[in-house]
Design a protein around this ligand. Structure first.
Ligand code: FES
Length: 232
């Protein structure tokens, strides 16, 4: 099938300081991924086209972008699922550095602010691992699936209007430890998120849940954090 591909371009260092679009007609297989089309353009038409990608299998989270206006991983979206006219643009709400590459540092700064790692000062009695029941493990299973692609945070209207909002991805990663029975810093994380730029900035738009390529129940996780703040 012939695909009409429209790609966002921006590169102030090479005289493209005004955002514009390049267009290509590409012969594609319906089962090709949007990432394959970008690779084709980069390999055969314009080597300066820039985007992030690494695993190409939906694991690393580096190729999140807007595809026909919807946040997604380019390596997971098939041509047959988006049609013959495809527009590819960078994520919204983060500074654009070049083409599809956005500055992820504000995103990771928010992520780091919730202490996304296990905190436990006690040494287990037997000196070995900290045990956990299957039920305790299941409590936070959903939020372990996050790959930090930023699709959720950059689809959120609260984040678009307030870049100080910590964002859905940071709350998801706080959730992963707040509800882990082995962790001892849940209260500290809840204090951090009990803020107008924390969990309370969420307006329950559900965009984050729709955007997550790992199908994490993001809005539900945020609601559980809000409830934990309110009931402790
Ligand atoms: S390239 Fe790794 S998730 Fe798409």
């Amino acid at each position: 099938m012939l695909v009409y591909l429209k790609i966002f371009r921006y590169n102030p260092e090479a005289g493209r300081s005004k955002p514009s679009y390049d267009t290509y007609n590409i012969q594609a297989d319906p089962n090709d991924r949007v990432l394959d089309l970008l690779e084709h353009v980069k390999d055969y038409s314009d080597g300066t086209l820039s985007y992030r990608r690494s695993c190409a299998h939906g694991v690393c989270g580096s190729d999140a972008m807007r595809i026909n206006g919807v946040n997604a991983l380019a390596c997971k979206v098939l041509v047959k699922d988006v049609g013959k006219e495809i527009t590819v643009e960078p994520l919204l709400g983060l500074p654009i550095l070049k083409d599809m590459i956005v500055d992820m540092e504000p995103f990771f700064e928010s992520y780091r602010s919730v202490m996304p790692y296990m905190i436990n000062e006690d040494v287990p009695e037997d000196g070995r691992e900290r045990l956990q029941s299957p039920e305790e493990r299941a409590r936070f299973d959903d939020t372990t699936k996050c790959i930090l692609c930023a699709a959720c945070t950059t689809s959120c209207p609260s984040f678009w209007s307030d870049d100080q909002y910590v964002g859905p991805a940071a709350i998801v990663n706080a959730h992963r430890f707040i509800f882990d029975s082995r962790d001892q810093a849940g209260d500290e994380r809840l204090n951090i998120l009990n803020d107008r730029e924390g969990a309370w900035a969420c307006r329950t738009a559900f965009n984050c849940t729709a955007a997550c390529p790992r199908e994490i129940h993001v809005t539900q996780a945020i609601a559980e954090v809000k409830q934990a703040i309110s009931t402790r």
